[in-house]
Every structure is written in structure tokens, then in C-alpha cells.
Design a protein around this ligand. Structure first.
Ligand SMILES: [Zn+2]
Ligand SMILES: [Zn+2]
Length: 273
């Protein structure tokens, strides 16, 4: 089973040097006939003491036209979709909402949490003076805040991304420590018709399972959630489509029968075979 890869970065992302043409070539080599590129746009990214020079702005005035021209040149053999991974924080929600509402030309928006209280959990300082459970709960609470106040997205990205960075990663993860928050998150998301992604990026970052943990996926299903995209979060061509066989097995085990693609933010449901 080869899913269209719905989470990919190119050199339009501040943390990626991969040329778009190399992404297309790798996707074709892996027999993918459709992908969605989702470069980073984290508006109003704070100045971080650990890395004061990094910003995740997106040059969207060149991004969409470049990808659109490429899309036209690849048709009809290859179906390129154009998306953005929008980094959401309590502080930038009004700006992101304004942007998303005025850019309906995009096929797909992933909403992602990369920051907690203006700290990047990629850096160990986030975990200082918190228990691991407190640190993880605070991350999930920010997702709850975001899905309550931000509605202009299609799927929420890598829901348990924080597990990559904790002192013990997912070794002590137990859903009972977080279930109350996820039930609230999914009640809102399912009511709003929003999806989640299976993000296999964790698998090449030394974790044992894709985001999110199967117990989180189970809660989304139990809440009535049916919208699932599959993405590798590749920043290098070799990771495109990585671990999609694992994603397929997990989705089928959890009772999902369809995966989802998006065109102009309208979902299409395709049977998982
Ligand atoms: Zn991300
Ligand atoms: Zn990403």
C-alpha cells in the first residue's frame, strides 16, 4: 500500500535544503503518483534564546506560484497538491486565521504545535522544572486551546510530537495520564469535521511508532473521527513514503477503512487496501 505522502518539506521551509524537483524525482522513483508538499509557516515565531536566528516564515508569494507551475508541468502523470504546515500558537491564531481565510487556493492545511508557551520543546530547557507528565500535558493542553480557537485547517499534525523530546520519550507513556485532554480535543475536532495525520517521521527519529500513539488514534476513532492523512514529514528525499506499511497496519488494526486526500481543502475518502 502506497499512500500519497501528505506531509513533505522543501527548501521553502527554513529547516530544509531539499529542492522540490528532487522530491518529485524521489516520489516517482517510489511509485507515488501524488504527493502534497506542506512547507512550514510558523507566523510570529518568537526569538528563542537557544537559536535566536531561526524563523519559520514562508515566502508564500513565491511558494504557491512555483508549486502551481510545477503542478501544471507534471500533469497528467503526477498529481501535485499544494499545502502548508501552519504552526499554531495562542499568540498567532488571529494572524493565521486571517491568512488561511484569504488563501483558499491551497489544497491542504496541517495545523501543528511546535511551541509550548513560546518555548520549543526541541530544546531541553522546556522540560526543566516540570515532571514529564506535566510537560506532556501542557503540550496537549495547547492543542486543546488551538482546536478550540482555530478552525481553518484540515488535519492536526503529529499530535504527540512532544514524545520525541521528553527525557524518556514515550517509554513511560500511558494514555490514562492524558485521556481527559484528548477526549476534549477530539470532541471538538470531530464536531468541526477535522482530521488527524499519521506521521511516520518518528520512525526515522528512533521512535517505535508513528505519531500519534495507537491509544490516541483509538480515542479519535471512538469520538467518531474518520479523516486520516498519512505523511512522512520528510525533509530529505530518502524519507518520502517512509514507514507507510507500518501506518497501514496500524490504521487497519484500529478499524480505519479509508484514508483521505484533499483538493482545495475538500476531502476524498479512499479505501485502505
Ligand atoms: Zn511539524
Ligand atoms: Zn513537518
Amino acid at each position: 500500500m502506497i499512500f500519497p505522502d501528505y506531509h513533505l518539506h522543501s527548501d521553502f521551509s527554513a529547516d530544509c535544503v531539499t529542492n522540490i524537483n528532487d522530491i518529485i524525482k524521489s516520489a516517482k522513483d517510489k511509485a507515488l503518483s501524488s504527493i502534497c508538499i506542506t512547507d512550514h509557516y510558523d507566523m510570529d515565531f518568537p526569538v528563542l534564546p537557544e537559536n535566536p536566528d531561526i524563523r519559520f516564515e514562508l515566502d508564500y508569494q513565491h511558494y504557491y506560484p512555483t508549486l502551481s507551475e510545477l503542478r501544471n508541468s507534471l500533469l497528467p502523470d503526477f498529481d501535485l497538491r499544494i499545502g502548508i504546515e501552519l504552526g499554531i500558537t495562542a499568540e498567532n491564531i488571529s494572524h493565521v486565521t486571517e491568512f488561511a481565510k484569504s488563501h483558499k487556493e491551497y489544497d491542504f492545511f496541517i495545523a501543528s504545535s511546535h511551541l509550548v508557551d513560546n518555548m520549543d520543546p526541541y530544546y531541553p530547557s522546556y522540560f526543566e522544572e516540570k515532571t514529564e507528565i506535566e510537560a506532556y500535558r501542557r503540550y496537549f493542553e495547547t492543542i486543546l486551546f488551538n482546536v478550540t480557537h482555530f478552525k481553518d485547517y484540515n488535519v492536526y499534525g503529529h499530535l504527540d510530537y512532544i514524545l520525541r523530546y521528553g527525557p524518556n520519550k514515550a517509554n513511560n507513556f500511558s494514555i490514562k495520564d492524558y485521556q481527559d485532554i484528548f477526549e476534549e480535543i477530539f470532541k471538538i475536532m470531530v464536531y468541526d469535521g477535522k482530521g488527524i495525520e499519521i506521521n511516520t517521521g518518528s520512525l526515522y527519529k528512533n521512535m517505535a511508532f508513528p505519531h500519534p500513539h495507537a491509544d490516541i488514534l483509538k480515542l479519535y476513532k471512538a469520538a467518531g473521527g474518520e479523516i486520516i492523512t498519512v505523511g512522512s514529514d520528510a525533509h530529505f528525499p530518502e524519507h518520502i513514503g517512509y514507514g507507510f506499511d507500518v501506518a497501514r497496519t496500524i490504521l487497519l488494526e484500529q478499524g480505519f477503512k479509508y484514508y483521505t486526500t484533499f483538493s482545495l481543502q475538500k476531502p476524498t475518502f479512499i479505501p485502505i487496501v
